[in-house]
Design a protein around this ligand. Structure first.
Ligand code: CA
Length: 425
């Protein structure tokens, strides 16, 4: 997910002067949440097709007082709820050091290796595999920014290669020693045109290989994934895959982000991923996707979609959201046996409080890192986080409602296996 997206905050200040009749009451008034939905079976999925979820922000949310429930309305560990809904893989992002010199977190879950261990252990305890998503940055890495970690800033290129290798190997060893069942490692996040501060593909390729080597030496059974964006740009993925091949980069999985409001058609996604799979013998997957179930913002921090200029190809509803997820799974399955699966991005990043109480939310975001960025990130990312820090930009793309109850669309991960018809008429 591109993190910045220029969050505009002025409106939130206006909202904060109004009192709220109660958050639960406000949510109950929503009319667009059906009790059940229909999902068409996805055809041709591999037996172990990945139905994944990235819940990297969940510990920061829990620390902020957020509670998650099961489908019966009882409090339950969200990892158990995900597993019961058919999720079989959990993705977690890892930043090297998302803290300032005083120990204040940059936000976005403050996801360092320790957080990944906590999340990974809970996923493993609930029978799900883990994808460790190394950004090799101290904060968000995406197509707009691939800033090298603070501690690596003044290193020579050769020294940076060594540090990337060591950090990957040591982090993985720590996670494995703690009992995390790592099935896949991402060497970089959305490294479409830059990686760990480098923009030259020869250097980027060498850095990819250092991360890959660390994974291979740790466990030959762990898949190595590289992750790119913007499949809709003509020729982009064929150029990247050809460059990786020429530079002899050792990897298993060519992964793409796919947000329907940014990244073109599903037919194109299938086509460009299948070309990489067929030409270079790689597995392919969608490492991030999401869709809106409501146009409403939940927490006083503007969401990434819907926005003017975007095309949203499904209804903005719980059923529309389920259809969007199901169709991305079908698009990956349509690449053939190379199609590994799909990860949904941050289905649990719900509000820490209602948008009518945004001033209280701001305190929680700053204290626990439960928003996309805190003010403390300004020292590392002054142009984006420093200006637009705040809350969740995807609470309307969650698979839980604003009070932590699963939306019916969460069940798409199990429904897609054999299809599901609503009992409600
Ligand atoms: Ca929001």
């Amino acid at each position: 997910m591109r993190s910045g997206l220029k969050m505009f905050f002025a409106a939130a200040i206006v909202w904060s002067v109004f009192s709220s009749p109660g958050y639960a009451a406000a949510v109950k008034q929503e009319k667009h949440v059906p009790e059940d939905l229909s999902v068409k079976k996805a055809e041709g999925m591999n037996r172990d097709f990945i139905k994944g979820a990235d819940v990297s922000s969940v510990i920061a949310l829990e620390n902020s007082g957020v509670t998650f429930y099961n489908t019966s309305g009882k409090r339950q560990d969200i990892f158990t709820t995900l597993k019961q809904a058919g999720v079989n893989y959990v993705r977690v992002r890892i930043w090297n050091n998302p803290y300032d010199s005083s120990g204040n977190g940059y936000g976005g879950g403050n996801n360092d290796v320790q957080k990944a261990i906590e999340i990974g252990k809970r996923a493993t305890a609930n029978g799900m595999k883990v994808l460790a998503d190394f950004h090799y940055s101290d904060f968000w890495a995406d197509p707009a920014k691939q800033k090298v970690p603070k501690a690596w800033a003044n290193l020579s290129f050769e020294a940076k290669k060594a540090r990337l290798y060591e950090f990957t190997k040591q982090s993985l060893q720590r996670m494995i020693e703690e009992g995390v069942n790592i099935g896949m490692v991402q060497v970089g996040n959305e490294t479409t045109g830059a990686f760990a501060g480098e923009t030259d593909w020869t250097k980027m390729s060498q850095l990819f290989n250092e991360g890959s080597r660390a994974v291979r030496e740790t466990n030959r059974g762990i898949l190595v994934a590289l992750h790119f964006t913007n499949p809709e740009t003509a020729g982009r993925y064929s150029f990247i895959a050809e460059t990786l091949s020429k530079n002899k980069v050792d990897y298993d999985v060519f992964a793409s982000s796919y947000y329907p409001f940014w990244h073109g058609t599903l037919q194109n996604l299938t086509s460009v991923l299948k070309a990489v799979a067929d030409t270079y013998g790689k597995k392919v997957m969608v490492a991030e996707t999401s869709y809106t179930y409501t146009a409403e913002d939940g927490d006083g921090h503007e969401n990434t979609a819907p926005k003017s200029g975007q095309t949203l190809p499904y209804p903005i509803s719980v059923q529309g959201q389920a259809n969007a997820i199901r169709d991305v799974m079908q698009a990956v399955a349509n690449t053939g046996t190379a199609g590994l699966g799909v990860f949904y991005w941050e289905p649990a990043w719900i509000p820490v409080g209602p948008k009518t109480r945004v001033e209280k939310n701001k305190v929680l975001w700053e204290t626990y890192g439960s928003g996309w960025a805190s003010s403390y990130a300004a020292e590392y990312d002054p142009e984006d986080a420093g200006k637009w820090y705040g809350g969740s930009a995807v609470d309307n793309q969650a698979l839980f409602d604003c009070n932590g109850h699963p939306l019916p669309s969460l069940q798409v991960f199990q429904y897609v296996q054999s299809g599901h018809i609503t009992k409600k008429r």
